[in-house]
Design a protein around this ligand. Structure first.
Ligand SMILES: Nc1nc2c(c(=O)[nH]1)N[C@H]1C(S)=C(S)[C@@H](COP(=O)(O)OP(=O)(O)OC[C@H]3O[C@@H](n4cnc5c(=O)[nH]c(N)nc54)[C@H](O)[C@@H]3O)O[C@H]1N2
Ligand SMILES: Nc1nc2c(c(=O)[nH]1)N[C@H]1C(S)=C(S)[C@@H](COP(=O)(O)OP(=O)(O)OC[C@H]3O[C@@H](n4cnc5c(=O)[nH]c(N)nc54)[C@H](O)[C@@H]3O)O[C@H]1N2
Ligand SMILES: [Mo]
Length: 744
């Protein structure tokens, strides 16, 4: 039986003679989902790009066409050779006239599973082989965490792999306090695929063994009802204030672990002066936090005491740091866990993202992975990933990032493969204006996404079912041969072939291909991984056997306790921070003198939040979480995704009181709006969304009408395009105020 991997699960391919193949979940997955099972159906395939296509005026005038017509003009289909010549000509013109630092190939995005046809690796390798490009740094997922955490405790990449595993939590954790739930909808996903969806079983196990759960945040149902969590509702973006108040209680009642703070941390005393109010005259006590968060002071006091007397794990969702001052909840979470003194103990300490993806809490070892080498990028310029519109608006403009002053490059050409910025970026109307500025935009895409529609040249890319690949996901313990099970749609080609043809025209083919075709690369990558695994005492079959074998289970299980070695001996196993210890105060960050990220964790008002003066009655704080029924914008036209909508329009959840006040019923069509734009959505009252808050998941395919109103329900028409702070410059999508009115 053939198999394939998707980011949301391994799929078996059932191919009855004479019928088109069908997908079904992997039989050994204890908690499978139905995402994307209809990938090959005609209603999904209808959105495919058939043939290379060029924007009409661009075809006539080339770069002289200007960018104003992007997203409006019609496309003209052209033969492959003509499109390739045109694209190669543009790449060559820009690199010789302006240098490779005028090419942006950030190409952020998840693309599809499969290690060779990994679109980001492909495009980076290609652009490196033709002389380099301006790259992006960090992710939309964890923009703030990537920058703050290595300075405070450890790099996010290591932290993701080293979270205490679920089994250890089940055996030791008495109290699991989470900010932002443990959303099962999110744990459907792991980059590269999932063999066993483990969250469901893990939570059931913990609950059976007596662990209690407390969920703090604006939404109550982002945790399994089976665990019977207590919900403490707080306003969005106020978690840091809540955590500060917990810390205040610990300090005031002598519950903080002074010994751990002394031996394993630096700078607690300076932070304490802020906490008690000695520094600024404001004690960060529960009464203070109540005014900010809306939570009752007693609930904070009780929780702090409970946390101190239990074996406690404190966790936060990644969404908390995808917000204005998103560095602060990360820093404060680690500080709070340090005060509890249980970091490095089984079942205690902190987690960042239990539930965010399936791999967090896995007992899988980090093993060598098959990777397509990306080569060297001679261009040193980069941008923090979410600063793309700023970059396009302000060539030569300066900005702060991680303690340095940097200058935005002057981008003339954008090449995108494997991502959808018209899904993932904030303030899409602003992006649309910025996107008009480059001379040339090239996109490889299987589907006519909004990004493809805003390009000059679109190359139709294959999907994984139309090519062979190696499926592998670090920490998920699987490796499988992804079979080719469907013919290529229309004239689609693999990214690898597209880049090979461009590299040939640019005289750089040998550097890109190293003389290998796709099969040659698959064999090469597999053999390299096989050798590397052998060094870790894991035997893999030879390449030929692998191609017909069922998914391999790399049974390397290694129970984990985060920071156990550091706890045992902070001198022998120091952290990589400047002091080797947890930095509750950071001299380096303090020296940057940033008013939006001082030297210790603190409460800073978000740019937009419910406490702000601008929040008049009927203002709602809009959260745009990850969609339950798909991965980002992928397969939005599929059955699973459509199930989450009404008549093709996305649902927006809000508290029944807010709905009633505005006369909205379940199913009412509404306009959600602010100064940045307007989207249509379907009102869905829900008691577990706190008053004043609305929740519209991401992923709907941006479809502006003539007035610029998005008819699909894409929240990024409304979100704020500002960095988390001048330290990390991450996306702050979750800090966004909106209004709502009936559209019926
Ligand atoms: N408001 C708001 N916005 C957000 C977030 C949020 O919480 N709120 N979350 C952010 C986060 S965390 C993320 S990770 C981003 C995700 O943003 P993206 O990763 O950009 O979203 P995807 O929809 O996964 O885009 C992948 C694209 O690659 C295409 N693709 C698939 N396979 C291939 C292939 O083989 N070749 C090529 N060329 N293309 C392929 C797919 O069709 C799809 O269009 O969104 C961010 N945006
Ligand atoms: N089904 C599905 N799963 C996914 C993805 C997907 O697109 N679809 N994307 C994957 C990716 S790329 C990523 S990065 C992860 C992201 O993982 P997360 O960032 O953790 O996911 P979100 O769904 O954005 O947010 C989780 C929950 O946080 C809550 N929340 C939002 N703001 C606040 C706040 O200010 N305070 C508190 N306490 N809670 C808040 C919301 O209720 C939401 O349900 O998800 C991954 N998993
Ligand atoms: Mo993400």
């Amino acid at each position: 039986m053939p198999y394939t991997a998707t980011h949301w699960g391994i799929r078996e391919v059932v191919a009855a003679p004479g019928e088109s193949p069908r997908l079904r979940p992997y039989r050994d997955d204890p908690f499978p989902n139905d995402l994307g099972l209809d990938q090959l159906s005609s209603h999904v395939q209808a959105a495919r790009v058939q043939r290379p296509a060029v924007r009409e005026s661009f075809l006539r005038k080339g770069a002289a066409a200007g960018g104003a017509g992007r997203g409006q003009e019609r496309f003209v289909e052209v033969p492959w050779d003509e499109a390739l010549d045109l694209a190669a000509g543009e790449l060559d013109r820009v690199r010789s006239e302006h240098g490779n630092a005028a090419i942006f190939g950030g190409s952020y995005g998840w693309g599809s599973a499969g290690r060779f046809h990994h679109a980001q690796s492909q495009i980076h390798r290609f652009l490196n082989s033709i002389g380099g490009y301006v790259a992006h740094r960090n992710t939309y997922s964890l923009g703030a965490a990537h920058v703050i955490l290595p300075r405070v405790v450890m790099p996010m990449g290591e932290l993701m792999a080293e979270h205490t595993d679920w089994d250890t939590l089940a055996r030791h954790t008495e109290l699991f306090v989470t900010f932002g739930g443990i959303p099962a909808k999110n744990a459907q996903i792991s980059a590269g695929g999932v063999q066993h969806h483990r969250l469901h079983g893990a939570l059931r196990h913990m609950s059976k063994r007596g662990a209690a759960f407390v969920n703090v945040g604006p939404v109550g149902d982002n945790i399994s009802p089976e665990v019977g969590a207590d919900w403490i509702a707080i306003r969005p973006n106020t978690d840091t204030a809540f955590m500060l108040a917990l810390a205040h209680v610990l300090a005031a009642e002598g519950l903080a672990d002074a010994a751990f703070l002394e031996t394993h941390c630096v700078g607690y005393e300076r932070f304490q002066r802020y906490l008690t109010g000695e520094q600024d005259g404001v004690a960060k006590n529960p009464e203070w936090a109540a005014g900010i968060t809306g939570a009752a002071p007693e609930s904070i006091r009780d929780l702090a005491r409970r946390m101190a007397r239990s074996r406690t794990m404190v966790n936060m969702a990644w969404s908390l740091q995808r917000a204005s001052h998103g560095e602060q909840p990360c820093w404060m979470l680690v500080t709070l866990a340090a005060m509890l003194g249980q970091i490095g103990l089984p079942g205690g300490g902190f987690g960042i993202g239990y539930g965010a993806v399936n791999s967090i809490g896995s007992d899988g070892a980090r093993l060598p992975s098959p990777t397509l080498p990306q080569g060297q990028n001679p261009v040193e310029k980069f941008i923090p990933v979410a600063r793309i519109a700023d970059m396009l608006f302000e060539p030569g403009g300066s900005y702060d990032y991680d303690g340095a002053r940097r200058v935005y490059p002057d981008i003339r050409l954008i090449y995108w493969a494997g991502g959808n910025p018209f899904h993932h970026h904030q303030d899409l109307n602003r992006l649309r204006r910025a996107w008009q500025r480059p001379e040339t935009i090239i996109v490889n895409e299987p589907y006519w996404t909004a990004t493809a529609k805003h390009a000059d040249i679109v190359f139709p890319a294959t999907i994984p079912l139309e090519r062979e690949d190696i499926g592998y996901a670090t920490l998920e313990k699987h490796m499988l041969w992804m079979a080719k099970v469907a013919p290529r749609h229309a004239e689609a080609r693999d990214d690898y072939e597209i880049f090979t043809e461009l590299a040939r025209r640019l005289g750089d083919m040998e550097a890109f291909t190293e003389g290998r075709d796709a099969t040659g690369w698959l064999e090469h990558m597999y053999d390299q991984t096989r050798n590397a695994m052998q060094r870790s005492n894991i035997e893999l079959p030879d390449f030929e056997t692998f191609q017909t074998a069922p998914p391999l289970s790399l049974n390397a299980s290694s129970p984990k306790i985060l920071l156990q070695a550091f706890r045992k001996d902070p001198v022998a196993a120091p952290l990589q921070t400047p002091s080797g210890k947890i930095e509750v105060f950071s001299d380096e960050i303090a020296a940057f003198r940033l008013d939006d990220c001082p030297g210790h964790p603190c409460w800073l008002e978000p740019v937009e939040w419910l406490g702000a003066a601008m929040a008049e009655p009927d203002t709602l704080h809009l959260l745009s979480d990850q969609p339950a029924h798909k991965l980002h914008s992928q397969l939005d036209q599929g059955a699973a995704s459509q199930r989450g909508k009404k008549d093709g329009v996305e649902r927006i959840r809000l508290n029944p009181q807010d709905a009633a006040r505005q006369g909205l019923k379940d199913g009412s069509l509404v306009e959600v709006f602010n100064d940045r734009g307007t989207v249509l959505a379907v009102a869905t009252p829900h008691p577990q969304v706190m008053p004043g808050v609305a929740l519209l998941s991401t992923g709907a395919w941006y479809a502006p009408d003539a007035q610029g109103r998005d008819r699909s329900g894409n929240p990024n028409v409304l979100t704020l395009d500002r960095g988390t702070s001048r330290l990390a410059q991450g996306s702050s999508a979750q800090s966004c105020l909106v209004h709502m009115r009936s559209a019926e």
